[in-house]
Design a protein around this ligand. Structure first.
Ligand SMILES: *Cc1c(COP(=O)(O)O)cnc(C)c1O
Length: 487
């Protein structure tokens, strides 16, 4: 079946998957969604026989229907290769009663690699298919992990430039070092004085500025996005929900056909939304547990039906989830209602910072404070020797609260989104208070000793690498910065 994409806000222009990937965001500021939900066309039983690449093909061909078999396979095989440190790509690991789907075995040791290692191939293929002659400029706002993964993905990719904005004081030392040492002639990184929401809002605005777009088109540039507003980010994430399920079956934790829960540490709502797509495509899912940190806008939303960002922005130990405006929630609103209700909510959000939305669905909101996050890391390490990063630990703590509340005994997978090495300082602090003031780079070696695991190659010696990007700008200067960059 051929699936077309349309805007969540009602724009009548339907586009193909490849066009949606090139554009990144719809003309009316909405996000692209499939006009009808794709459906699994293979028997579920078959997924246990498939490796990651095979399964990726079976799933992606249902969503990105205008790519040929050859194009898709080329993208998949180029993305999920030796860049990952395990042939499994996304292994399911158990620790005590818990099942962790580890999505951090790629080049930047966070889950963003799952989508951003394939997005450049999907985008380049899309540009060729659609006769795009201009250079593609990837504008990206990052809360820490997307930026690096996008930089790695697009570095030295011909016909592209990438510009990344990160909150200068809102990322971990390792995250920052990873970004400012990025090589590649087409890469550009700038810190901004502001938080992630400021960066994301400014980038979205730059994207939809028609005057600027026309000006740049003249100079031979078009914008696209590597943020999860791009459907090319979302689609590849659907794959690992099927893959997790297959591994649960193979490990004997469930019987084929049984429903399972997923608990997902959530920020921009992209990862968990991919789980919702997987469920709608036919994966047996019971509940999607949306875990927030202290910035618990989503928790409040799922509990009360009111989304309200009029609150303090809290800098936590899980910076990639320090977000108040979760962009991808717009897609869920659309799927649960229609484009007019969605536009209305989004207008209210930009006007008053809040909206109300009536709903009944498979999502459950939970959250964990910094103390609860630290305790989760500490306790699981003491019990099992398994070390979680601070984001995964939010999910673990939130899941434990969910169990205490409901007693639900449905088998559960905790989606593990980063290597503990990316947040080594805080992870060590959680394990033992004596590491409270350890140097963030020294912490890498110490964590290696404590956890008896090797430092992942991508960040070994990161503090010794040359800093190549030194710009720090005001949040209001993003558009000007982009203009200057693209002279
Ligand atoms: C991006 C990120 C998240 C949040 O994922 P969303 O798709 O934005 O909800 C959680 N944990 C880590 C480590 C991340 O990098």
């Amino acid at each position: 079946m051929n699936i077309m994409f349309k805007s969540t806000r009602g724009d009548k222009n339907y586009v193909t998957a490849s066009q949606a990937i090139v554009k990144g965001i719809a003309e009316d500021g909405g996000l692209y969604v499939p006009e009808t939900m794709p459906k699994m066309d293979f028997p579920l039983e078959k997924i246990t026989d498939m490796g990651y690449r095979k399964l990726a093909y079976e799933v992606l061909k249902l969503v990105l229907t205008d790519y040929t078999e050859e194009e898709l396979k080329h993208c998949i095989n180029s993305a999920y290769d030796k860049k990952f440190d395990t042939e499994l790509i996304a292994p399911l690991v158990s620790a005590g009663e818990n099942n962790f789907l580890e999505l951090f075995h790629g080049k930047t040791i966070a889950f963003k690699d799952m989508a951003l290692s394939i997005l450049p191939y999907l985008l380049k293929t899309a540009a060729v298919k659609n006769g795009v002659k201009e250079e593609i400029v990837i504008l990206t706002a990052t809360s820490g992990d997307t930026g690096k993964a996008a930089l790695e993905g697009f570095a030295d990719v011909e016909g592209t430039q990438i510009i990344v904005f990160f909150p200068e004081d809102g990322v971990s030392a390792v995250q920052k070092a990873q970004m400012v040492t990025q090589q590649g002639n087409n890469t550009c990184v700038a810190g901004i004085r502001g938080n992630f929401d400021d960066a994301q809002t400014a980038v979205k605005k730059t994207f939809t500025d028609n005057e600027l777009k026309a000006e740049l088109k003249e100079k031979g540039y078009v914008f696209s996005s590597a943020n999860s507003i791009n459907i090319g980010r979302l689609a590849p994430q659907i794959v690992y929900y099927f893959y997790a399920y297959a591994q649960m079956v193979k490990a004997g934790r469930i019987t084929m056909g049984n429903k399972i829960n997923f608990t997902v540490p959530t920020g921009n709502f992209g990862n968990i939304l991919a789980g919702y797509y997987a469920m709608n495509m036919g994966l047996p899912v019971n509940r999607l547990i949306c875990a927030s940190n202290d910035n618990k806008v989503l928790y409040d939303f799922f509990r009360t039906g009111t989304y309200d960002i009029n609150r303090e922005f809290i800098v936590t130990v899980s910076p990639s989830m320090d977000i108040l405006i979760s962009s991808n929630l717009e897609r869920l609103l659309y799927h649960l209602s229609d484009s007019s209700k969605t536009s209305e909510a989004m207008n209210e959000l930009s006007k008053d910072g809040r909206y109300e939305f009536n709903m009944d669905n498979e999502f459950i909101g939970e959250y964990a404070t910094i103390d609860e996050t630290f305790k989760a890391i500490h306790d699981l390490f003491k019990e099992t020797g398994y070390v979680m990063d601070t984001h995964t630990a939010v999910a673990k703590a939130a899941y434990d609260k969910y169990i205490a509340e409901t007693g639900d005994n449905t088998p559960n997978v905790i989606v593990s989104t980063a290597s503990p090495y990316k947040f080594a300082k805080d992870v060590l602090k959680a394990i033992d208070g004596k590491y409270d003031s350890i140097d963030p780079f020294k912490a890498l070696e110490t964590l290696s000793e404590v956890s008896k695991t090797p430092i992942p190659a991508p960040i070994k010696g990161i503090d010794k690498r040359e800093v190549l990007h030194r710009s720090v700008i005001d949040k209001d200067a993003i558009e000007e910065f982009v203009k200057n960059k693209l002279k």
